[in-house]
Design a protein around this ligand. Structure first.
Ligand code: PMP
Length: 295
């Protein structure tokens, strides 16, 4: 359950009980998926409760809204401050944070002039667990970048993600890996993808992916630790002989992949570059130095 009778959320300028909050059933977001959201995490760090990369997440929320024409004027600073208040009111330190910008009642297909904002928080374990994942190649492609704004974290895009994850689970896998419309690897339904081959990490470039904040953090960790990483297009057959692979995202953090379509990666996860990055990421979100993580 995401809330109980005492849980407080932020809704349009007020802190209200989640169980008592009301919304309009004629919202354009409910009917057409025309809304934007974020997924953020807060951690109990050595320096107190810290929201990891709050500014970057709220910049992306604003950019998602602007990309699809939803008016939204809160600043990242205001949003961050409100979020710390929601966490404090719920006495939460290690929490997942879900801001959602949703539209006023409007049954026509035109952009709204009025929107609502809610920010909810709850305690949530790692989204994909902490066991190595068995992944399949999804039969669902990521949306054509000419049919939607791929870089917007828009509610409706997640129908595609739900289809892919549901299919993967029905086939007995933990998660699916989705290709773009040309058959190049794009990303997971809720996480970005990296693989390791001969000491180099590869990840798909921007274009058909959500530019993940965790993906960006991984690139920064690689720069810091002098690990070679390349953004390039590749197909699934290019990594079937690879050493290791992982997904990364705010909810999932950094999680290793055991196999894709039953084909196991060569290196034990503990010896992979992904394991080093996983440890460095853990340190970073906890506000700890990770310079000791030597390659
Ligand atoms: N791709 C998709 C489709 C996602 O939903 C997410 C989660 N927001 C990601 C990648 C990872 O993004 P981030 O690291 O910013 O959470």
């Amino acid at each position: 359950m995401y809330y109980n009778d005492d849980t407080v959320i932020f809704l349009d300028g007020n802190f209200v009980k989640a169980a008592e909050a009301k919304t309009d059933l004629y919202s354009q977001s409910l009917h057409y998926g025309y809304g934007v959201f974020e997924g953020i995490r807060a951690y109990q760090t050595v320096n107190g409760v810290k929201i990891f990369k709050a500014h970057e997440h709220y910049e992306r929320l604003k950019s998602s809204a602007s990309l699809i024409g939803i008016p939204f004027d809160y600043s990242p600073e205001e949003l961050t401050q409100i979020t710390y208040q929601v966490l404090a009111k719920n006495n939460q330190a290690n929490a997942y944070i879900r801001p959602l910008v949703f539209c006023a009642p409007n049954m026509s297909l035109t952009a709204p002039s009025k929107v609502s904002l809610m920010i909810a928080t709850w305690e949530w374990g790692k989204y994909l667990g902490d066991q190595l994942l068995k992944v399949c190649v999804s039969s669902y492609q990521r949306p054509n970048p000419r049919s939607v704004k791929v870089e917007a974290k828009a509610c409706g895009h997640y129908v595609n993600s739900i289809l892919a994850t549901t299919e993967a689970k029905q086939r007995g896998f933990d998660e699916g890996l989705m290709l773009d419309m040309e058959g190049f690897v794009a990303e997971g339904p809720g996480a970005n993808f990296f693989y390791e081959k001969d000491g180099v990490l590869y990840t798909p470039p921007r274009g058909s992916i959500l530019p993940g904040i965790t993906r960006q953090t991984v690139l920064e960790i690689c720069a810091e630790l002098d690990l070679r990483v390349e953004e390039k297009k590749f197909k699934p057959e290019d990594f079937f002989e690879a050493d290791s692979a992982f997904f990364c995202g705010t909810a999932a953090e950094v999680i290793g992949i055991e196999s894709i379509e039953g084909q196991k990666f060569v290196k034990p996860w503990k010896e992979s570059l992904g394991a080093i990055i996983q440890e460095a990421y853990r340190c970073l979100v906890m506000d700890k130095s990770y310079s000791y993580v030597i390659v």
